[in-house]
Design a protein around this ligand. Structure first.
Ligand code: FAD
Length: 537
């Protein structure tokens, strides 16, 4: 994806559809519409996935908790979508078994959990070995020796998937681009343009990097701005009826040695909320909170109360670990754009997506989940096609091959990790580094290793230089933080690697963009701020 090409097309062409917002919802809509034959542009005011779509629990899951709210249709849809997304991007969406410990007098008893997980499997179409198993107390504590035992009654063991939300957005963005859509980051939609019939027919855009204004015409416009949806509805004078309600969710990161869970554990806290502890490479991350939020949307931040809440829950479930605030090496917080429901608590509000139609023709989409992005996009584009009276093909995204995902099966992903680990011992000193590369870049991994082999630097730095070059050439990576936070996830999952490689990464950026010394300083300062932010509360 090339930003200069994108800018020049945004300035000179008209489009069938403009999508505002480069999170999972927006890029999902862009692919669906472009592959049906519409001419699509997408603008994102910050970096792709910089909103909620890089701040989730990073699971592609059927939403077991929604069973409690009797949302059978939702569980059925997202449950089946899990399998489709796994098939489309097997390097990014990994099968992950979950352990659900059952505690005496907890939220659910043995029988209810057993029945609930069976219904969950049926609704989601789970088959074979992946079907739920019920474990007795001894089996549960040998599966996870860290669990408290005094009131442990057993556990449920069932299948979900783990992903990297920001990488999934990037893969979808690149696929939409490959199919002919124009996508551009750091472009803000400022105002709507209307025709004589008061129908929305374009948008005033601002290039956040240069300050330049662009007037863009589009026959249809979709507002996919997540937590910002109501701001744009307001600009369109259509914020009437249902409105958004924002709920903040925080995750904390500790070294895996400090919370060495053997697999993901999903447990109930004393207040009835559910908490995940998810092992991932050299760390384990834990969360999440679910609290009403009304502050600034860009960086909701982590507070001491958030940290205390999560650590207390973890220490109760795994009493021997005794986690302290000092163990937390990184954190992130995101905003769930929920649809407000009178009289319901945050946890009870539905996570279903909803489309808002404005009299001007603006189509806004909010709510939903990462997991259900494809179906959500299909519904939005159906609406666009109907409203715009376009003649198009049917949606084909269920079988559309994604960029960097040329794998026929998950076994092929694992085989690639094994082969690269064997063939590139200097660049990939341990198995986890091979996994990291393949899980991030899929079928593009080997070209990064080949480029690294030609760079005369110590192995770790050569690989970092090749990796950043790949992101600069292919992934519209503008700032150091885009690379460290969203292209690689290092800010969260490997923050200790940043001091080791940042000088080389910064040099590659500076050379690629011709940065001055002052620009390098500004970029470095923003990275430092982010490193401080993820540990400040
Ligand atoms: P966003 O990702 O927020 O995208 C909206 C984009 O619009 C932003 O990037 C923003 O910069 C841009 N934008 C705003 N205004 C403008 C403008 N004027 N011009 C241009 N661009 C603009 N779902 C799951 O399936 N699995 C999970 O494990 C999971 N865990 C979650 C945990 C937490 C704590 C949270 C908060 C959510 C979780 N979700 C999960 C839900 C999921 O993350 C969200 O539903 C999804 O990411 C929302 O994506 P979006 O594209 O609608 O919004």
């Amino acid at each position: 994806m090339n930003r200069e090409v994108a800018l020049s097309r945004l300035k000179s062409e008209d489009f069938d559809l403009l999508v505002i917002g480069g999170g999972i919802t927006g890029v999902g809509v862009a692919i669906d519409a472009q592959t049906r034959g519409l001419k699509v542009a997408l603008v994102e005011k910050n970096d792709f996935a910089s909103g909620t779509s890089s701040r989730s629990t990073k699971l592609i899951h059927g939403g077991l908790r929604y069973l409690k709210q009797f949302e059978f249709k939702l569980v059925n849809e997202v449950g089946r979508e899990r399998a489709i997304v796994h098939k489309l991007a097997p390097h990014l969406v990994h099968p992950d078994k979950m352990l659900l410990p059952l505690i005496k007098d907890g939220n659910y008893g043995y029988l209810l959990t057993s029945m609930g997980l069976s219904v969950y499997d049926i609704l989601a179409g789970v088959e074979g070995n992946d079907k739920r198993k019920m474990l007795d107390k001894n089996e549960a504590s040998s599966m996870e020796p860290l669990l408290r035992t005094e009131d442990l009654e057993g556990a449920g063991f069932y299948a979900e998937y783990r992903t990297d939300d920001a990488r999934l957005v990037m893969t979808l963005a690149k696929t939409a681009w490959r199919e002919g859509a124009v996508l551009c980051n750091h472009i803000e939609a400022k105002e709507f343009h209307y025709n004589d019939n008061q129908k929305v027919c374009g948008v005033q855009l601002r290039d956040v990097k240069s300050g330049e204004e662009i007037s863009l015409s589009a026959k249809q416009i979709v507002n996919a701005t997540g937590p910002w949806v109501d701001l744009l509805r307001d600009k369109d004078h259509s914020k009437k009826g249902k409105q958004l309600f924002l709920s903040k969710g925080v995750h904390l990161v500790v070294r895996h040695e400090r919370l060495p869970v053997k697999q993901t554990v999903y447990f109930d806290n004393t207040d009835g909320r559910m908490i995940f502890a998810i092992p991932r490479g050299r760390i384990t991350y834990i969360g999440t909170t679910d609290t009403p939020y009304e502050g600034g949307k860009e960086e909701p931040g982590t507070t001491k109360a958030d940290v205390d809440y999560i650590l207390e829950a973890v220490n109760q479930m795994f009493p021997s670990v005794k986690l302290q605030a000092e163990d937390v090496e990184s954190s992130w917080s995101g905003l769930r754009p929920l649809i407000h429901e009178e009289g319901k608590s945050v946890s009870e509000m539905s996570r279903k997506d909803e489309i808002f139609d404005s009299p001007s023709g603006l189509i806004s989409i909010a709510g939903g989940k990462l997991t259900g992005y494809r179906k959500m996009a299909e519904r939005v584009v159906d609406r666009v096609v109907q409203q715009g009276a376009f003649k198009t093909k049917a949606s084909s995204t269920a079988t559309q091959e994604l960029e960097d995902a040329a794998f026929a099966s998950y076994a092929e992903v694992q085989a690639l990790v094994d082969r690269l680990f064997t063939e590139y011992p200097k660049l990939l000193p341990d198995f986890k580094s091979a996994e990291y590369l393949v899980h991030n870049y899929g079928s593009a991994s080997e070209s990064i290793l080949q480029a690294a082999q030609k760079i005369e630097l110590p192995a770790e730095l050569a690989l970092a230089a090749a990796e950043v070059d790949h992101c600069l050439q292919n992934e519209m990576t503008l700032d150091l933080l885009d690379f460290f936070e969203r292209r690689t996830g290092r800010l969260y999952f490997d923050i200790l690697s940043i001091p080791r490689i940042r000088q080389v990464v910064s040099m590659v950026f500076a050379k690629f963009y011709g940065w001055t010394a002052a620009e390098i300083e500004t970029q470095e300062a923003r990275l430092d701020e982010a490193i401080d932010r993820v540990k400040a509360w």
